[in-house]
Design a protein around this ligand. Structure first.
Ligand code: ACO
Length: 386
């Protein structure tokens, strides 16, 4: 292309392939998702966060012994060094939870047993396990501090989701609640080259270390167009307040050209299969939970019905993974400020796996932007400018 020809610009890199992968496939038109070839529905029904993390990282399902070793490893990394605990305590009162998490993760090498920058492939898998476990531990600690408690160390006899709730509350959670969190985490564990994963890979493609790359991913996850949508969706449900206000609220928001958080997706133009699984929980928690959860659930279901009728088939805007999280996490006992950090904990296996895969055949990511400003403007000395 001649230097002065206008290039084709693909805003948001929509529809652009930048690499090959064996980790995950999203079929956005059929609303299907597979991790390493296993459908998300079969994993949600049969697997666990630990097993899925292993699958995503190592490429195959573990046998019983490997799963046990890996789970213990993640849980032992959830046990935080006093330095990290002190850092999280210091930052928490004055920063948003995602900012605390970002800062704490970027500080992890300071508390690692050995200096890990530019490690070998085998060590990168160990670092990945460390990062996943540490993020889970940090999220649990943030929850504990928000509730006014002191650090609780993980219990080696429990799994990751159980331990997150145990470290947050000091109490061993009910199996049903812990299983719900486990499936929520599994559903969020991986999703191809979304903004945060891409950001992770961009940072890592410079051959920065994995801690830097994951920190970049956390930064990208924070925004409301990506992971932060779960908190905004709950804000909307709370603002609606009464289920009978739902339709009027949505109508007015759409008339005002506002986006309904938790709906729409760059890749899915069909119902997000993860949202379907999460929706199935709403029926489970509708009865026998607190009035708040019942109200949120009723609002969520009415909002979903209306949005699907109005925008589903016509515009391809369907609920995404973030929409139903509010009622479910509220039922589990997770405060809103931890939704996106918990998303980060859940997505960390996907970030690490993509980074490790990309590094096997690394190429610096460096796209082009098309300069359309003036050139060769005469320089005016400071004392002659108006
Ligand atoms: N509510 C109402 N209208 C919407 C929504 C929504 N949530 N999402 C998209 N639209 C409309 C747009 O207004 C636009 O309408 P127009 O053609 O009349 O102008 C049309 O759909 C296309 O919108 P785009 O922004 O071009 O679609 P894109 O593929 O870029 O959008 C995005 C993806 C950013 C996720 C968008 O759907 C959105 O903002 N959703 C709300 C935020 C959200 O839920 N993010 C989480 C996504 S899942 C995840 O990251 C974990």
């Amino acid at each position: 292309m001649a230097d002065n020809a206008t290039p084709t610009i693909i805003k948001g890199l929509e529809g652009v392939y930048f690499t090959e992968t064996k980790i995950c496939k999203v079929d956005g038109f059929k609303g299907r998702l597979w991790y390493r070839g296993y459908s998300i529905e079969s994993l949600a029904k049969n697997s666990s966060f630990e097993e899925v993390s292993y699958l995503i990282l190592y490429g195959s399902l573990p046998n019983a012994e490997a799963l046990s070793v890996f789970t213990k490893k993640l849980v032992s990394y959830m046990n935080l060094d006093s330095g990290i605990i002190g850092l999280v305590k210091m930052l928490s009162p004055n920063m948003l939870s995602m900012d605390v998490l970002r800062s704490a993760v970027s500080s992890l090498p300071a508390f690692a047993d050995k200096k890990v920058y530019q490690s070998e492939a085998e060590e990168k898998l160990e670092e990945s396990a460390e990062i996943i476990g540490r993020i889970c531990g940090i999220v649990a600690l943030m929850g504990r501090l928000k509730a006014g408690g002191e650090y609780v160390a993980p219990d080696q006899s429990l799994g990751v989701a159980q331990n997150i709730l145990y470290m947050m509350t000091g109490k061993i959670p009910e199996d049903k609640v812990a299983k719900m969190l486990d499936v929520m985490m599994l559903l969020h564990a991986e999703h191809s080259s979304n903004a945060s994963t891409f950001c992770t890979i961009v940072a890592g493609s410079t051959l920065a270390d994995i801690y830097s790359a994951i920190t970049a991913g956390i930064c990208a996850l924070k925004g409301p167009l990506h992971g932060g949508a779960d908190e905004k969706a709950l804000d909307m449900m709370r603002a609606i307040g009464n289920p009978d206000n739902t339709e009027k609220y949505i109508e007015e928001a759409l008339d005002g050209k506002k986006r309904i958080m938790g709906f729409g997706h760059r890749v899915y133009k069909a119902y997000d299969p993860r949202a379907k699984v999460i929706k199935s929980y709403l029926e489970d928690i509708q009865n026998g939970s607190t009035m708040e959860v019942q109200t949120l659930t009723a609002i969520a279901l009415r909002a979903e019905k209306m949005m699907v009728e109005k925008l589903g088939e016509t515009k391809g805007i369907w609920p995404n993974v973030d929409f139903f999280s509010g009622p479910v996490y509220t039922y589990i006992g997770i405060p809103k400020e931890l939704f996106t950090p918990l998303f980060a904990a859940s997505r960390s296996p996907g970030w690490c796996a993509h980074m490790l895969e990309y590094w096997q055949d690394n190429r610096l990511i460096r796209p082009l932007d098309y300069y359309n400003g003036q050139l060769d403007i005469p320089y005016v000395p400071l004392d002659q400018r108006k």
